[in-house]
Design a protein around this ligand. Structure first.
Ligand code: MLT
Length: 404
């Protein structure tokens, strides 16, 4: 009999957001008259920007004509998109990234899950706790996390770096030395971030101990404060220790359109082997490229009109974040995040567990959020609300919470 990858059997339940989706569907089926508002999964609600729609239409027309039709995309992605990324996301910030260090993909979720392919199974990973579950679950699938200890809600072979009120929601350098360090700033789920000096400490540490940092900067567009790094490559020495993951989902509303990219500098080497070559080999073999029309849409995000329009969308969501923060504070909640990120992180009231508060909000106010403990043991007692709803629903949700 053939054998399966038994690592999958160690995974607890289903993926966090699938689990929540099932609970909400069941609640709606039992209560069809209820107006349920979702501030749960970080999915956008505003339509694609006009500049993006225009680019999509014209790319679709190109596909209808043999003279302008496009088949398979180049391995790394179209040069028009990679140049726009290099110029806008990096050169503008004084960072020099070469075109062949940028790999276009169908999004940061895939990249953050797939990047593990190029690393040995016996590397030890370190993650923030709470953390975006994809980093941990995909390492579990690869057999890198040991066994799941159900009553502690943690894996035996993972270094957890608590990010709690006590640490100002930032990780501290771990006591045990990791091989692969996952960092996400601005952070999902806590909405916190770290300064450039703090990130520099991580870069120095990784270079010193020979670790690689997988830096997820999917929420970069939400940075509003000075001194918060927009890319890890603003830090000295980051090119010898860091891979950066970026997304078009949150800055330009591409959650359903799918586009992202990964940067792997050629200086990044393990015992003389370039990670860039390994990822190029992997990308070329297992991926046939993001669609031409979507890459054209991505290019339009960097046009003058596209930049202005997507900036407005980000401002719209950040106004929601402000509404959530002010409303929750006036209702007596302790909140953080929501200043450089579209997520607000709140302490559950009266010592309620995260899942009890989830049920309470769903049944008493018909609001869906995300239980903090779903992101890791240190998320217990916390809850995440996203700013990605419509303004009207956000206001309505906050009024309902205030009325509880
Ligand atoms: C979230 O809610 O954490 C995000 O939607 C996750 C994602 O971007 O995949």
């Amino acid at each position: 009999m053939y054998k399966i990858n038994e690592n999958y059997l160690k995974l607890p339940g289903s993926y966090l957001f699938s689990n929540i989706g099932k609970k909400v569907t069941a609640y709606k089926a039992a209560n069809p008259d209820k107006d349920v508002i979702s501030l749960g999964i970080g999915d956008v609600t505003q339509p694609l920007a006009p500049a993006v729609i225009e680019a999509l239409h014209s790319a679709v027309d190109e596909m209808a004509d043999a003279a302008t039709f496009h088949g398979y995309a180049p391995d790394l992605g179209y040069e028009f998109l990679r140049s726009a990324i290099r110029d806008n996301d990096y050169r503008e910030r004084g960072v020099d990234i070469a075109l062949d260090e940028i790999f276009i993909s169908d999004g940061a979720k895939s990249d953050s899950g797939n990047i593990g392919d190029i690393f040995a199974v016996d590397n030890k990973i370190a993650v923030c706790d709470p953390v975006y579950p994809v980093y941990v679950d995909t390492n579990a699938m690869a057999g890198r996390t040991g066994d799941y200890i159900a009553d502690e809600e943690r894996w035996s072979n993972v270094i957890y770096m608590p990010c709690t009120k006590e640490t100002n929601f930032a990780p501290e350098l771990p006591k045990e030395t990791p091989d692969i360090i996952y960092l996400c700033f601005p952070n999902n789920p806590t909405g916190s971030t770290i300064t450039k000096d703090q990130l520099q400490e991580w870069v120095d540490y990784a270079n010193k101990v020979g670790a690689v940092i997988i830096y997820d900067a999917a929420y970069e567009a939400y940075i509003s404060e000075e001194n918060v790094p927009h890319t890890i490559y603003e830090c000295d020495g980051a090119k010898t220790c860091a891979i950066e993951l970026r997304s078009f989902s949150k800055n330009a509303g591409f959650t359903g359109t799918r586009l992202g990219f990964t940067v792997i500098p050629k200086e990044l080497k393990s015992n003389g082997v370039m990670l860039n070559s390994l990822w190029a080999r992997r990308h070329g073999t297992k991926f046939n490229g993001a669609p031409y029309i979507i890459q054209r849409a991505g290019e339009a995000v960097y046009s003058e009109a596209g930049k202005a329009q997507t900036k407005q969308q980000v401002a719209y969501y950040m106004n929601n974040a402000k509404t959530i923060i002010e409303g929750l504070k006036s209702a007596g909640y302790t909140v953080s995040g929501g200043v450089n990120a579209p997520y607000v992180w709140l302490e559950t009231p009266d010592g309620m567990s995260s899942w009890d508060f989830f049920d309470y909000l769903l049944t008493k106010a018909n609001i869906v959020g995300t239980p903090g403990s779903g992101f890791g043991p240190s998320g217990e007692g916390y809850f995440r609300l996203t700013a990605f709803g419509t303004y009207e629903n956000t206001l309505k949700a906050i009024d309902r919470i205030k009325a509880l």
